[in-house]
Design a protein around this ligand. Structure first.
Ligand code: HEC
Length: 135
């Protein structure tokens, strides 16, 4: 009699434990999905905006006002008007079409040769998307 009781208790408690484990698994799975969100959820535009800040483009290019370089909106409107290829410019494959003053061109060229050339194609695409769509 006592043995039967122990066995039943054992079965009951082990049942309980396996349920607990299932619950634990579910919690872990939900957590994993949440962790992935920030990287997969970012739009190309948002990645570009972040890069534009992180890579110091913003120190010379403001949204509306010309500081050292032309404003982002100016760049976007000229590229749209002249049907320019911004990717080509960032990859050093085409000549500047926004400002062709040699002194100005040299400043931007120093960036292209200095660090823009080390950015990945995906990063450049994100920057392009941000510049052309910033409002
Ligand atoms: C030290 C200042 C400086 C920084 C930093 C800088 N730029 Fe520029 N940029 C300029 C100047 C000056 C021009 C104007 C000359 C020209 O148009 O090439 C320019 C022009 C441009 C143009 C227009 C090119 C054209 O067709 O005339 C684009 C696009 C551009 N920059 C993108 C960027 C991006 C993206 C970054 C960051 C990765 C960046 N710039 C960082 C100074 C800067």
């Amino acid at each position: 009699m006592f043995l039967t009781l122990t066995i039943i208790t054992f079965i009951l408690s082990s049942c309980g434990e396996s349920k607990k484990e299932e619950v634990k698994k579910e919690v872990i799975e939900t957590k994993e999905v949440k962790i992935e969100e920030p990287t997969t959820g970012y739009s190309l535009f948002a990645q570009g905006e972040k890069l534009f800040n992180d890579k110091t483009c913003i120190s010379c290019h403001q949204l509306n006002t010309k500081i050292v370089g032309p404003s982002i909106k100016k760049i976007a409107s000229i590229y749209e008007e002249k049907n320019g290829n911004l990717m080509d410019f960032l990859e050093g494959k085409s000549e500047p079409i926004v400002d062709s003053d040699p002194g100005q061109v040299a400043i931007m060229k120093a960036n292209l040769d200095g660090f823009v050339k080390d950015l990945s194609v995906d990063q450049l695409k994100a920057l392009e998307n941000y510049i052309l769509n910033a409002k």
